[in-house]
Design a protein around this ligand. Structure first.
Ligand code: GDP
Ligand code: MG
Length: 297
């Protein structure tokens, strides 16, 4: 039977930090648009990737995590965004780690029970499971927790079963015409990507020492004679944090700048001159007005 109908809709990937949401998005969309790192909470913005197939267009929304503790304004903001996302998408992908279920997963599960759209449960990192026989009873157990539309075990890094996931998603998308041009892969602009690359380097190299409230602001982004001139400010909360980021005789900042520049050159396919500054802004993560100024509104 030939089915010529087209499907199009929004899909959110929801799950606690570090389960592999960004990795999956990168695998599906191919271009490196979403930042992955071993440290949680690297994805602060809502990033959309668009995948156009022959008969379907899947628009991915990578939501910030849902946080049990609302300690800071920023976490409150993230909760609000996650809630809003949940109520405006057509399908939710709830991602958990293979064989390990914890209180954070339960917190999100309770949240997702209120969703009006189908929720597909993704069991990620199955490549790490040595004894695959343990997977079946685990799936059985999860199936009892909530009426999932489907359960898909997969590996975001190896790509195993990702094709099955895409077909499953299409089955749950509403019929309708494509909302974006087929060439579009992300709705984020180059300035945003540049800032995320710098953030990724900071997280990778400073890890725990990097305060969660660190942000990167692109001050200028100029494209002349096939050369990009980018100037960015890293905003931290305290002098001590500024000192750590700069490093001994500027060594850390230089390393971060060099690594970020190389990634930018391969992403933008041109020479990049990158200037980095570090600035202290007092406890801006508690200040809703400052958040808005920085674009988190
Ligand atoms: P996010 O916080 O949910 O966006 O998680 P990330 O995509 O940043 O991934 C967190 C970490 O888990 C990274 O080190 C990934 O390389 C790793 N990871 C993600 N998916 C897989 C997977 O399928 N298998 C394995 N072994 N590691 C994975
Ligand atoms: Mg992420």
């Amino acid at each position: 039977m030939v089915n010529n109908s087209r499907h199009c809709g929004y899909v959110a990937i929801i799950g606690k930090p570090n389960v592999g949401k960004s990795t999956l998005l990168n695998k599906i969309i191919a271009r490196k648009i979403s930042i992955t790192a071993d440290k949680p909470q690297t994805t602060r913005h809502q990033i959309a990737g668009i995948k156009t197939l022959a008969n379907a267009q899947i628009i991915y929304v990578d939501t910030p995590g849902i946080h049990a503790k609302q300690k800071f304004q920023l976490n409150h903001y993230m909760n609000k965004v996650a809630l809003k996302t949940m109520n405006t998408v057509d399908v939710i992908l709830f991602m958990v780690n293979g064989l390990v279920w914890d209180a954070e997963d339960t917190y999100i599960l309770e949240f997702l029970k209120k969703a009006k759209c189908p929720v597909i449960l993704l069991i990620n990192k199955v490549d790490k499971i040595e004894n695959k026989e343990k997977l079946l009873p685990y799936l059985d157990n999860l199936n009892k927790k909530m009426a999932f539309a489907k359960i898909v075990p997969l590996s975001a890094t190896t790509g195993a079963n990702v094709d099955v996931l895409e077909k499953t998603i299409v089955n749950f998308l509403p019929e309708g015409k494509f909302l974006f041009s087929e060439k579009q892969t992300t709705d984020r602009d180059d300035k945003f990507l540049a800032a995320e690359i710098i953030r990724e380097k900071l997280v990778r190299w400073l890890g725990q020492e990097l305060p969660y409230a660190t942000t990167v602001v692109i001050e200028s982004f100029a494209n002349t004679n096939h050369t990009l001139r980018i100037s960015a400010t890293i905003i931290v909360e305290r002098d001590g944090q500024k000192i750590i980021i700069i490093g001994k005789q500027g060594a850390m900042l230089k390393k971060i700048g060099t690594l970020a520049r190389k990634d930018m050159e391969s992403l933008f396919h041109r020479k990049v001159f990158l200037t980095l500054w570090v600035k202290v802004s007092d406890s801006w993560s508690d200040d809703a007005a400052a958040l808005e100024r920085l674009g988190y509104n």
